[in-house]
Design a binder for this molecule. Structure first.
Ligand code: GAF
Length: 349
């Protein structure tokens, strides 16, 4: 069923935003640190029109679900929470938002660390900007999207995903300083291609997950070290003065920022791969956001000739692995070996 079949009119406008895969710089964004994401080909598209009644109506093609909600209602659950959050935040900024119909379709995989929620927020905000001629730029869209995630979906996230979805493309990495929002695009290291494989274990990051706990631990570590954010520490030895587990959490963030900065200075594909491998070890051992299946998959990838490096990508606790490879055909071998161990993986990018 398309927009017209669902809502009885043609859409007034539409907008689209991609998911992202993060190559380096995990759990650094809410520490004011550095990240290196790139957009993926999968996108979320929203079509929009005006609602004939006093409610907003959101329809998800993938879920075949309609959610109708008035501005004064409580936040709905699921996909609608992100859209509702974006609308409410625009209204709080003083924009007059009439009741709207929004039709969502997406190819961004959900729950694997490729930012399906940021793609929905950014597409929604760009769609509303177009529908209502709102004077907001792509960075403001990322900032509002991040607040929608925090205030309406309960994930105390950083700004990487929304910045990547709003500003990145599939041809170059976005090197972003999440404190200043200064950014530049960087070519992928010559000779490397991106491969993303789903481990088959899906994650749920929001309220109650280890994600918000990790962020709180980082803030506590920064407080104990007397800095504004862990970004302000560059020597991993400094973390040793902290009690566990804050010591490990801080060490991950400090070393991860250093890895991103080294990669951004321009390194060979081999060195970039080594940095990815070190990033995975740090996420697994210090930040403790990996799971067995992901570790197995990363391990297989790292041993296959033609793979420069591999790591867990995104928030963790399951999800996908990103690898830098000579050619993506090696995926067949990896999936076979992963399957022989009793797991089911899937190539996503
Ligand atoms: C999730 C969050 F939304 C991001 O802000 C970031 O912290 C990431 O996990 C981990 O690097 O995608």
């Amino acid at each position: 069923m398309d927009f017209q079949e669902i809502f009885g009119t043609k859409p007034e406008t539409q907008a689209t935003a991609p998911g992202r895969v993060n190559l380096l710089g995990e759990h650094t964004d809410y520490n004011d640190g550095f990240v290196l994401p790139i957009a993926i080909p999968q996108r979320t598209t929203v079509e929009l029109g005006f609602s004939p009644d006093s409610q907003h109506h959101f329809y998800s093609q993938e879920l075949e679900e309609m959610v109708s909600v008035a501005t004064s209602d409580r936040t709905p659950q699921g996909f609608a929470s992100y859209i509702f959050g974006c609308i409410q935040l625009l209204a709080k900024q003083g924009y007059k938002i009439p009741p709207v119909n929004i039709y969502v379709t997406s190819t961004v995989p959900i729950g694997v660390g490729l930012s399906s929620s940021a793609a929905l927020e950014v597409a929604t905000l760009k769609g509303l900007r177009s529908l209502l001629n709102l004077p907001i730029d792509d960075v403001q869209i990322a900032q509002i999207g991040q607040q929608a995630e925090i205030q309406y979906a309960g994930l105390n996230c950083g700004i990487m995903d929304q910045m990547a979805s709003s500003l990145a493309d599939t041809h170059a990495m976005l090197f972003l300083d999440t404190r200043t929002l200064e950014r530049r695009t960087l070519e992928l290291p010559a000779g490397g291609e991106i491969l993303v494989i789903d481990s088959g274990v899906h994650h749920e990051l929001a309220a109650g997950s280890g994600y918000n706990q990790r962020r709180a631990q980082c803030e506590e570590a920064a407080r104990l070290l007397g800095v504004k954010a862990l970004r302000d520490v560059t020597d991993p030895q400094v973390a040793l003065s902290l009690p566990e587990p804050l010591c490990r959490r801080a060490r991950h963030v400090i070393t991860e920022n250093n890895r991103v900065l080294e990669a951004a200075r321009g390194v060979s594909v081999t060195r970039f791969g080594e940095l990815m491998n070190a990033s995975h070890a740090s996420q697994r051992d210090d930040y403790q956001v990996s799971v067995t299946e992901v570790d197995v998959l990363v391990d297989l990838l790292q041993k296959i000739p033609g793979v420069f490096g591999a790591r867990l990508t995104g928030g963790g606790f399951g999800g996908a692995c990103v690898a830098l490879v000579r050619e993506s055909a090696i995926a067949t071998d990896v999936l076979r070996q992963y399957g022989e161990l009793g797991y089911t993986g899937k190539v996503l990018v």
